[in-house]
Design a protein around this ligand. Structure first.
Ligand SMILES: Nc1nc2c(c(=O)[nH]1)N[C@H]1C(S)=C(S)[C@@H](COP(=O)(O)OP(=O)(O)OC[C@H]3O[C@@H](n4cnc5c(=O)[nH]c(N)nc54)[C@H](O)[C@@H]3O)O[C@H]1N2
Ligand SMILES: Nc1nc2c(c(=O)[nH]1)N[C@H]1C(S)=C(S)[C@@H](COP(=O)(O)OP(=O)(O)OC[C@H]3O[C@@H](n4cnc5c(=O)[nH]c(N)nc54)[C@H](O)[C@@H]3O)O[C@H]1N2
Ligand SMILES: [Mo]
Length: 712
């Protein structure tokens, strides 16, 4: 080997080796992360990746998902050209067409839906990807449809709504200054490793932890000073019982409550119902531990709480349970105080970057007026009142039933059918559409139902504006040319807006126009200049936090106070919702004799992200089969050992997976990750097992039966 060959083999960058380091970003998980990546590129191909040193998210590190990027972007089933369906829906038979043909067909068919049934008959949907959402929303509104909606119908928004009900805005934990961290459904070792590191550092410095989880996890083992293990979806009752002890013993901040909290007397009366006589039966948590939690809260006055964008709210009583937990902060005076929970207006994509933007203006200024209500608004009035977008959990029902009005077209970016409970209903709905476009990197089962499939490019093949906490901003550049004819989602939406000549000049100007004029103008930063910086740069000073300022000024709630009793709900008795954070039983109404186990699905695993990485060989090899965790004693009872197959059945259907006997889940619980096409957790859930407050699906609490599946 020559010296040069050796250098190429070692992937050493330089003009002689032809290897260049380009800076890009991992877009596989959520906007709260988005780690920096050095992509080593040779001859237009990424040959190596590593975490970017000095990047505010990851500073040189990458997780098992981030490290998958190279295999992910080069997955064999990447869609390379626009496609037109030639077979039956779902069959997967397509022929390539040009972009011009695709746009022309989409324009014609969407306009036909509009003409025949009205603009609201077309829904604009986005799956988990987020970076283009402002543009997709504008596209929907420019078309005249109120039906913009997304995966956030099942993620984060319910927690956001709980905060809006209580405090008018989202509040984040100031855990750097807390004495006690209430890690309620807190699994950062698997769901966000940077938070796990941070938690471990704070633990070293003396921060105390209460961890509340249905399972044993690294957090319960490494962080918890007290571990409470409630039954799925009983969190509200548990929080009320803790509150009751705090109130009975006078361990609350009465002057603070008198001044800044609304509805305390009624709330205090209500939580009396959760006590020594019933709490263990409802939640499975011994009363002594409830008292211990209250004692810890009393002894460690500054307390904050994690955000929890998913598990607390993935129950039919989820939003109320979330409110019950936030109430603990209010009664102990830990809202709008140092070391407690602090209002953090989310300045961009719900991430608190520390600088105000005009994102909201861009999102809502063109929302059509005098149209029909968005999908789901009638069924989930609080959702509609607070969010005003489509509650996507009602989409398949409305397509199939046509009430209150017909929905005949769907324009989707990254639709995953296996995100919708009773997923076969969504497949059926897609089959019944008059026109359906899906845009994805891969030929998914959802894409196979589409009339037109468009190829989207990955974060390596395009640029993206990206702010980070601390007033930082970044704009990535593409590291490689798009694979095949793939285009970026924002390019697709804006080109379509131009082809259709929709009445929105800002939208037609494109993504950079939005970033420049609505996000950066106030900071005198130019998009072109931002594109030239290597690492995120500070564009704005973050205003220092002033304790109690928001409370003194008055919160954005009807009473201006922290509302234990929601004035919004009180003012709308016709909604049939409770103004107090009342507790209701989470499980569905199936016969407990016939379905003695509880099926919970979703708890994050390190190597997978929803449906995205199950087909990436390296990640798949870490967990080759969809596998359900069951308590070892339960396994003994039903006569299965590690690797045996079990059938999990509910009133909606059955799936077969391998079993993993473990002590991490309690007796009675069956835990399975989701997103697998061959073992679709959603297929055995009920599409109507939803939270009436938020519309969120109860992914984590369905009664089920389990039996050994004999090999055929
Ligand atoms: N059982 C169960 N189900 C759950 C959950 C649970 O806990 N349990 N969690 C819920 C939560 S919190 C969430 S956030 C959702 C996840 O929501 P999903 O939308 O199901 O998420 P993904 O499977 O990651 O991605 C959807 C699609 O987007 C495609 N995609 C990726 N990048 C791009 C892109 O840049 N452009 C386009 N157009 N497409 C792209 C992917 O290939 C994929 O097909 O799942 C929910 N589903
Ligand atoms: N590796 C990986 N990371 C991810 C994702 C992924 O798919 N894979 N998804 C991303 C997304 S979209 C989201 S929303 C976040 C979610 O991030 P997390 O909220 O951390 O997600 P989970 O691990 O599902 O749930 C956290 C913990 O809640 C527990 N839990 C489940 N049900 C209950 C309950 O009823 N009560 C209580 N008290 N605890 C319960 C689970 O056992 C789990 O340990 O993760 C993000 N990060
Ligand atoms: Mo999520």
């Amino acid at each position: 080997m020559t010296d040069l060959e050796k250098r190429i083999k070692a992937k050493i960058p330089g003009p002689d080796t032809g290897i260049e380091i380009r800076r890009t970003m991992c877009d596989i998980c959520s906007p709260g992360m988005h780690c920096g990546i050095n992509a080593y590129v040779k001859d237009g191909k990424v040959i190596k990746i590593e975490g970017m040193d000095g990047h505010p998210s990851n500073d040189g590190r990458l997780c098992s998902k981030g490290l998958a990027n190279r295999e992910y972007i080069y997955r064999e089933d990447r869609i390379k050209t626009p496609l037109k369906r030639v077979g039956k829906r779902g069959e997967g038979k397509f022929e390539p067409i040009s972009w011009d043909e695709a746009y022309a067909e989409i324009a014609e068919q969407l306009n036909k839906c509009k003409k025949d049934y009205g603009p609201e008959s077309v829904a604009f949907y986005s799956g988990y990807s987020k970076w283009y959402r402002q543009i997709l929303r504008r596209l929907a509104y420019a078309f005249g449809s109120p039906n913009y909606g997304c995966e956030s119908s099942a993620c984060y928004t319910a927690a956001f709504m709980a905060w809006k009900v209580a405090a008018g805005e989202q509040a984040d934990g100031d855990w750097d200054h807390s004495d006690l961290f209430l890690g309620w459904a807190f699994n950062p070792f698997y769901s966000s490793y940077m938070q796990a590191r941070h938690a471990m550092e704070l633990k070293e410095k003396g921060l105390k932890f209460i961890i509340v989880d249905t399972r044993r996890t690294p957090a319960t083992e490494k962080l918890a000073d007290l571990f409470l293990q409630p039954k799925s979806g009983t969190d509200g009752a548990l929080a009320h019982a803790i509150a009751n002890v705090l109130i009975e013993r006078g361990w609350i901040d009465k002057p603070y409550i008198d001044e800044y909290v609304y509805g305390f007397e009624e709330y205090a009366q209500y939580v009396k119902g959760f006590n020594e006589s019933n709490i263990e039966e409802i939640t499975g948590v011994p009363y002594a531990q409830v008292v211990q939690a209250a004692e810890m809260i009393h002894e460690n006055p500054k307390m904050s709480f994690n955000e929890s964008s998913a598990p607390i709210c993935h129950h039919r009583n989820g939003l109320q349970n979330y409110r019950a937990i936030t109430a603990l902060l209010a009664i102990t005076g830990n809202f709008d105080r140092i070391g407690g929970q602090i209002l953090t207006p989310h300045t961009y994509m719900h991430v608190a970057c520390g600088f105000p933007t005009r994102e909201e203006e861009y999102l809502y200024e063109t929302k059509p007026k005098n149209t029909k209500l968005p999908i789901g608004a009638g069924r989930f009035p609080l959702w509609d009142y607070l969010e005003g977008e489509m509650q996507s959990m009602d989409l398949s029902r409305q397509i199939l039933e046509g009430t209150p009005y017909p929905v005949k077209g769907v324009f989707a970016l990254g639709l995953n059918v296996r995100m919708f409970p009773e997923s076969k209903k969504m497949f059926e709905a897609l089959r019944n559409l008059e026109f359906y476009v899906d845009t994805d990197l891969f030929m998914t089962d959802a894409a196979k139902y589409a009339d037109i499939v468009l190829p989207a490019c990955s974060s390596f093949e395009r640029g993206e504006f990206k702010p980070y906490r601390g007033g930082l901003a970044w704009y990535t550049n593409s590291a490689i040319e798009p694979i095949g004819e793939a285009r970026s989602d924002v390019q697709i939406c804006t080109e379509l807006a131009r082809v259709m000549d929709l009445p929105d000049e800002s939208l037609k100007q494109g993504y950079d126009y939005f970033i420049q004029h609505y996000i950066l103008d106030d900071y005198h930063v130019k998009v072109e200049d931002l594109k030239k910086v290597e690492l995120p740069v500070k564009i704005a000073e973050v205003t220092p936090y002033v304790p109690m300022q928001d409370l003194k000024k008055g919160l954005k709630t009807p009473t201006g106070k922290f509302e234990l009793k929601s004035a919004i709900i009180e003012q709308h008795p016709e909604w049939g919702l409770d103004a107090l954070p009342t507790y209701k039983e989470p499980l569905d109404d199936a016969d407990p004799e016939k379905y003695p186990f509880v099926f919970t699905s979703g708890s994050r695993i390190p190597n997978a992200l929803h449906s995205r990485l199950h087909k990436v060989p390296r990640n798949r090899s870490l967990r080759p089969n969809p596998t359900a965790d069951m308590n070892a004693l339960d396994c003994e009872k039903i006569g299965v050992k590690e690797g045996d197959k079990i059938e999990i059945s509910t009133e909606r259907g059955a799936i077969t997976v391998k079993v993993k006997p473990t002590m991490t889940v309690p007796e009675g619980l069956v835990n399975l990750f989701h997103g697998y096409s061959e073992a679709d957790a959603e297929s055995i859930m009920d599409e109507n097992h939803l939270d009436p407050y938020s519309g969120f699906p109860a992914y984590r609490s369905t009664r089920c039966m389990v039996r050994k599946k004999e090999e055929a």
